[in-house]
Design a protein around this ligand. Structure first.
Ligand SMILES: *Cc1c(COP(=O)(O)O)cnc(C)c1O
Length: 457
């Protein structure tokens, strides 16, 4: 396969640095060492704080701390100490325009113009404001352009991260629309993945769909959707296309503008490595600028008139209008350094390494006893940054792994999620996880752990 024959937007074509002999035993340490030796991103590991004596495979829940993120946070902390209120103007860069400063750094990661991106709020809040905003533009929404029409539906899938459904339901209820009727769910056939054809079939079957809202990557199985295909299908049915990119920003390149996506949200603390609860991001396509935000607030006002303190909202021209309140500087600051590190590494190179890491992990799982199976699509164009390893004893295995210093997480019913986050994970680390699993299965050591009874993993 040459680069021009197949150049998916996912950046998979630049994977040649990570060529691996498919016939070599993946458990041969030389295989992993050779991949690390040739890794053009190997040096980035030194820019992250790796917990001592741990193998960290949870970067899809909370990315590790980087030197650059701490530097930008330290700078703002110092500005706060020395400048206090003057930081809004005299910070460098000034805090008043800090969201715009961050948008310049994050926009290339999603393939959008900086004016189409803002860094604000939490992911869940951004689902609320954008779903609310776009419901209000659709016929059938009370108070909308054609209130007597049939109320619009939002098309989602039944494997989504739950917060998205909670927020969409709440937005329906606030408009007097019954969420049980209008939240339309595409069912998974296998409990792991969603067939894009089933999304298209749901659009064909129901002509009330006003918004298709799907994740880029399913949080459990790691399936990566084809955003261009889904957006095209939505538009053919006169619906808008919105995406939750929480599990892809920072590890999978996106082309939101070129793919005509209407809106998107994402978080900054997973593959973007900006720290726990770091300020989230959103994208609103240029053509929708000027639409009234559902959750208006003074921080979304036009910067020129914000401090005139008028009683009427004068929204900013671009995506900045969807900011709500004062930017939380201490959880926005690390986004600067974190995004710069990814920008410098190059999102296409990050993706190429991510694909190579997950590909290697899948080869290792295939060589484990048969109770271990891979729940993630094998086609790299359909795979995000983590691998779902399924095992009937997944919960007890994940607990045993943690006690051995291997940080993974468990998702019911039987999935151990293993995320080799590309900027700080080596191929020898991936090998070490598979060796631990092999050892636990052979010794039965996980059997001493209690079965699952809730809690955060
Ligand atoms: C992690 C994640 C979120 C998190 O939302 P918060 O508001 O940051 O808690 C939302 N959606 C998806 C798909 C996620 O993976």
């Amino acid at each position: 396969m040459t680069a021009d024959e197949s150049a998916p937007a996912s950046g998979v074509d630049s994977a040649s640095a990570y060529a691996r002999d498919p016939d070599a035993d993946p458990f041969d340490r030389g295989v992993a060492e050779a991949l690390d030796d040739d890794d053009p991103l190997a040096a980035y590991r030194d820019q992250f704080s790796i917990p001592d004596d741990e193998l960290y495979f949870d970067g899809n829940s909370l990315g590790l701390q980087s030197t650059a993120a701490v530097e930008s946070l330290d700078r703002v902390t110092e500005e706060w100490r020395e400048l206090a209120i003057r930081g809004w103007e005299d910070g460098d860069p000034d805090w008043f325009h800090f969201a715009e400063h961050l948008a310049d750094r994050v926009a290339p990661l999603v393939g959008a113009a900086p004016s189409e991106v803002t860094v604000a709020n939490s992911t869940t809040t951004n689902v609320h404001t954008l779903i609310g905003t776009f419901l209000d533009t659709l016929p059938g929404t009370p108070g909308g352009p054609e209130p007597s029409a049939e109320a619009p539906a939002v098309l989602v899938d039944d494997l989504d991260f739950p917060t998205d459904h909670y927020a969409i339901r709440a937005q329906f209820r606030q408009r007097g629309i019954d969420p049980d009727e209008k939240l339309r769910t595409v069912a998974s056939r296998d409990g792991r993945t969603i067939h894009p054809a089933d999304v298209e079939a749901a659009l064909d079957a129901h002509d009330d769909v006003g918004i298709v809202f799907l994740p880029s990557v399913l949080y459990r199985s790691g399936q990566l959707f084809d955003l261009e295909r889904i957006t095209a299908a939505a538009h053919e049915h006169d619906a808008l296309a919105g995406f939750d990119l929480a599990h892809s920003v920072g590890v999978v390149p996106h082309d939101l503008a070129a793919h005509d996506v209407d809106f998107a949200v994402w978080c900054s603390y997973k593959y973007l490595n900006a720290g726990p609860g770091a300020v989230a991001g959103l994208y609103v396509a240029d053509r929708h600028h000027g639409t009234t935000p559902a959750l208006a607030g003074w921080w979304g006002n036009d910067k020129e008139t914000q401090f005139e303190m008028r009683q009427t909202f004068d929204p900013a021209d671009g995506a900045g209008a969807w900011q709500i309140g004062t930017i939380p500087m201490l959880s926005a600051a690390p986004v600067e350094g974190a995004a710069e590190t990814i920008g410098e590494a190059g999102i296409d190179r990050v993706r190429a390494k991510s694909v190579a890491l997950t590909d290697y992990l899948i080869a290792l799982v295939d060589a484990l006893p048969a109770e271990f199976t891979v729940g993630t699509p094998r086609d790299p164009t359909e795979r995000g940054g983590h691998v779902a390893i399924e095992h009937p004893e997944g919960y007890r295995l994940s607990e045993a792994l943690r006690d051995r210093g291997v940080v993974v997480d468990f998702r019911p019913p039987n999935v151990v999620r293993v995320c080799p986050s590309p900027l700080y994970t080596r191929f020898v680390d991936v090998l070490a996880v598979a060796e631990e699993l092999r050892d636990l299965a052979a010794s039965g050591a996980y059997e001493t752990y209690d079965p699952r009874d809730g809690g955060v993993t």
